[in-house]
Design a protein around this ligand. Sequence first.
Ligand SMILES: NC(=O)c1ccc[n+]([C@@H]2O[C@H](COP(=O)([O-])OP(=O)(O)OC[C@H]3O[C@@H](n4cnc5c(N)ncnc54)[C@H](O)[C@@H]3O)[C@@H](O)[C@H]2O)c1
Length: 245
Amino acid sequence: MSYQITMENKVAVVTGAAQGIGAAIASKYAEAGAQVVILDVCPKSCAEELLQKLSKYGKKAAYYLCDVSDSTAVAAVFAEVAHRYGRVDVLVNNAGVVADWDKSYAINAKGTYYCSEAAKPYLEKAEGTIIILTSASVFSGGTGIPQYVTTKAGSYALTLFLAREYAKAGIRVNGIAPAVIMSKMLVERFGSEEAAREHYKTVMPLGRMGEPEDIANIALFLACELSEYLCGEVLIADGGRMHIG
Ligand SMILES: NC(=O)c1ccc[n+]([C@@H]2O[C@H](COP(=O)([O-])OP(=O)(O)OC[C@H]3O[C@@H](n4cnc5c(N)ncnc54)[C@H](O)[C@@H]3O)[C@@H](O)[C@H]2O)c1
């Protein structure tokens, strides 16, 4: 028996998808046939290569310059997306930052809420789903960035709050809590991708650090019918570090 996951006829909005984990999720969804819509603060030129890659899967991805912490701009973008494509089926609240306290709260917590509220009427019509990127650091305390772990705990709590609230509207809300995924931040910390990979070979129970595609695979599962009985679940994607590391 073979089984194929398809997102044909679905419109998926991914925030903060110009690079990193968001770009991998956008790419995975486009490969599955979705119409992808990216919201990011980085000018479109940041994502030219990604947009070219996505178009090879058949549909031209849309790119909106939008700060998720600006509730007015967010509401306007979702109205525009719904008008342009007729529906919104999936929202991935991926945009996140390591910044000062106010900016971290504005983007990691409030931005997640603003996007979810703006998408809600369209997701309700489509019986859609929301995926929230929190962090495994909210369970461990993380290492040295209090404003990050605190505001990511906010997005974790929002996952539970919104799951309960939006279930009444037929919208499923789930989360992903990654740890140690290859990113610019880790490259800067270790000096190169190779040095980061080498370091985590011995530290991680699975013998490797995570790649953005590892998270994209989970985001695909959470966006499709295979996960339709999950609601308010946060999947810890840390290569086994928290439980067996
Ligand atoms: N990389 C990891 O190891 C890791 C671990 C745990 C959680 N996460 C979470 O996963 C998500 C993605 O992480 P990443 O490593 O790919 O980050 P990244 O820094 O590579 O990408 C974040 C993206 O968000 C965009 N962005 C920043 N502020 C924005 C705003 N106000 N509005 C819209 N877009 C904005 C950036 O321009 C960028 O494209 C984040 O929520 C992060 O907290 C990552």
